[in-house]
Design a protein around this ligand. Structure first.
Ligand code: SAH
Ligand code: SF4
Ligand code: F3S
Length: 488
């Protein structure tokens, strides 16, 4: 769940930490409605996708959106708690709104998302400027919560649901390139990785009705979109029963396999929407990714040959402490299956945590050798940040000194950068089908898109346009980007 900005050139620890806090605002929409809403999102794609649901709910209730917070009557920050730094960023941002609120006392400031869920009403006490706190399952209640604030009270809803998937809400696409879109297929997480705050902030895992997912994908395709990314914390455990009376995992298991749509089935259903609609997905969990999923990927050209398969560590003892429920050997077996079924060119990326509780130097070395073995195309790399309330915070001492964590992280990043460059050099001379997403970041004379393996490719624009598939021959590369030339 972490690919917000692709192809970062500089992979300093600080840059990687910041990257998860990418900010995105609403688009300007002016239909003469009375109040204006400004939304800013932090964290993972799931939060970005949720902001699109929030905007849809608010627009239905008579709000216009604005891309400038100075013009806003209501400001929502959709927040992340994954590491301490993510929360600090939000707190800093809140203080920046203080002068604005002094000038405009009727301004309503709401905190949504994972930090809202983690801190609940405590946030109202700690941050005076905040009027409204809403957790990830409480967004249908936002109009009501806003009304409570209008009536003079502060409002909080952090109720976590076992059923809410917002399946019927048509997201308002924010900051969209009109070509690629995120589609949530499930919410919450039932794993209990010991370092992770997500099960506490997002609640129990639940899957969304596959028919509503297919409808959304079809609708996006009709509107000109050519790629959807199916989102969930652990997409491989997607499970939905046709029998609408059956809800919850236990009942689904009792329903028998015939009634159940699993992730491989869902992939196939979405792939059949149209051969020109590309499908991506994130995040895969190493314990759950099946050969059935890999074989479905192989069967459909439009399912992209790229898997984000976070390892977190290359050492089995550390993985056990992390409660990841797989060993180094299990992980490598899954990587071998990917290479065997989908070939050497299938993109693989990872998330890595340096300096988890009690990690010894040799165990850190195991992470480096794992990276060597797998040959990831890229990775999101972090040092361990203890999160209150998690299993690790309760059971283990955060005993690796910050300097050691940072040094290990640096070593992981350096190793990964070397491998990213080598993996890109392998592609020089090859030709790829690229979906054009828009201008390159550096020049409006160049276009940029990605190949099936999720590599960013930049090439001179000639007569090509956004949303088109173009054959591009690669002639050069950096560690982050392939450079090429379109072939007519
Ligand atoms: N569901 C995804 C991960 C979501 S969080 C999965 O299971 O892979 C994204 C990434 O943030 C994680 O993969 C992990 O590498 C990192 N992360 C989570 N908690 C962290 C913590 N306490 N300290 C440092 N990194 C953390
Ligand atoms: Fe967190 Fe683990 Fe769930 Fe991922 S699978 S969201 S790391 S608990
Ligand atoms: Fe995502 Fe951050 Fe929440 S990574 S699920 S927004 S804690």
């Amino acid at each position: 769940m972490s690919q917000i900005i692709e192809g970062l050139d500089i992979l300093t620890p600080e840059a990687k930490q910041e990257e998860q806090c990418a900010v995105k605002t609403t688009v300007e929409q002016n239909t003469g409605k009375q109040r204006k809403l400004y939304v800013e999102s932090y964290g993972c794609q799931m939060n970005f996708s949720d902001s699109e649901i929030v905007t849809s709910i608010m627009q239905q209730q008579g709000f216009d959106t604005t891309d400038s917070f100075e013009k806003a009557d209501v400001i929502f920050l959709n927040t992340c708690s994954i590491r301490d730094k993510a929360e600090q960023t939000v707190r800093k941002r809140l203080t920046q709104f203080n002068t604005l609120k002094e000038e405009k006392p009727e301004l309503l400031v709401g905190v949504l998302g994972c930090m809202a869920e983690r801190l609940k009403s405590q946030l109202l006490e700690e941050e005076q400027i905040v009027d409204l706190v809403a957790g990830p399952d409480a967004y249908r209640d936002l109009p009501n919560l806003v009304k409570q604030v209008d009536d003079g009270a502060k409002s909080v809803n952090t109720f976590l649901s076992r059923e809410e998937t917002y399946a019927d809400i048509n997201p308002v696409r924010l900051n969209s390139n009109g070509v690629t879109a995120f589609v949530s297929i499930m919410r919450g997480c039932d794993n209990m990785c010991s370092f992770c705050v997500v099960p506490f902030t997002r609640g129990r895992e639940r899957s969304r009705d596959p028919h509503s997912i297919v409808r959304e994908a079809q609708d996006l395709f009709n509107k000109g979109y050519r790629e959807v990314t199916l989102l969930g914390q652990n997409v491989d455990s997607y499970k939905w029963s046709e029998n609408s009376e059956l809800k919850g995992k236990a009942q689904i298991e009792r329903a028998g396999e015939m009634d159940v749509v699993n992730f491989a089935n869902l992939l196939e259903m979405v792939a059949q929407v149209h051969p020109d609609l590309r499908i991506r997905f994130s995040t895969s969990h190493p314990k759950d990714i099946t050969n059935e999923v890999l074989l479905t990927m192989k069967q459909y050209d439009n399912i992209c040959k790229y898997i984000h398969l976070p390892a977190q560590s290359g050492n089995s003892r550390v993985l056990e402490l992390m409660n990841r429920t797989y060993s180094r050997e299990w992980y490598l077996d899954r990587v071998d299956a990917i290479r065997r079924i989908l070939g050497e060119d299938c993109g693989i990326s990872s998330d890595m945590i340096a300096g988890f509780c009690t990690e010894a130097e040799e165990e850190h070395q195991d992470t480096l050798t794992l990276i060597d073995y797998v040959q990831y195309d890229f990775s999101y790399m972090f040092y361990y940040s203890e999160r209150p309330g998690t299993l690790a915070a309760r059971k283990y001492e955060d005993d690796i000194p910050l300097e050691t964590k940072k040094r290990r992280l640096r070593e992981i990043i350096e190793k990964q950068q070397t491998i990213s460059l080598q993996r890109n050099q392998r592609d020089v001379g090859k030709t790829f089908k690229v979906l054009v997403e828009g201008f390159s970041k550096r020049s409006d004379q160049d276009l940029q898109g990605r190949n099936s393996a999720n590599k960013v490719i930049v090439f001179p624009k000639k007569h090509y346009r956004k949303g088109e598939y173009v054959q591009v021959r690669v002639h050069d590369c950096t560690a982050a980007t392939l450079l090429g030339e379109a072939i007519d």
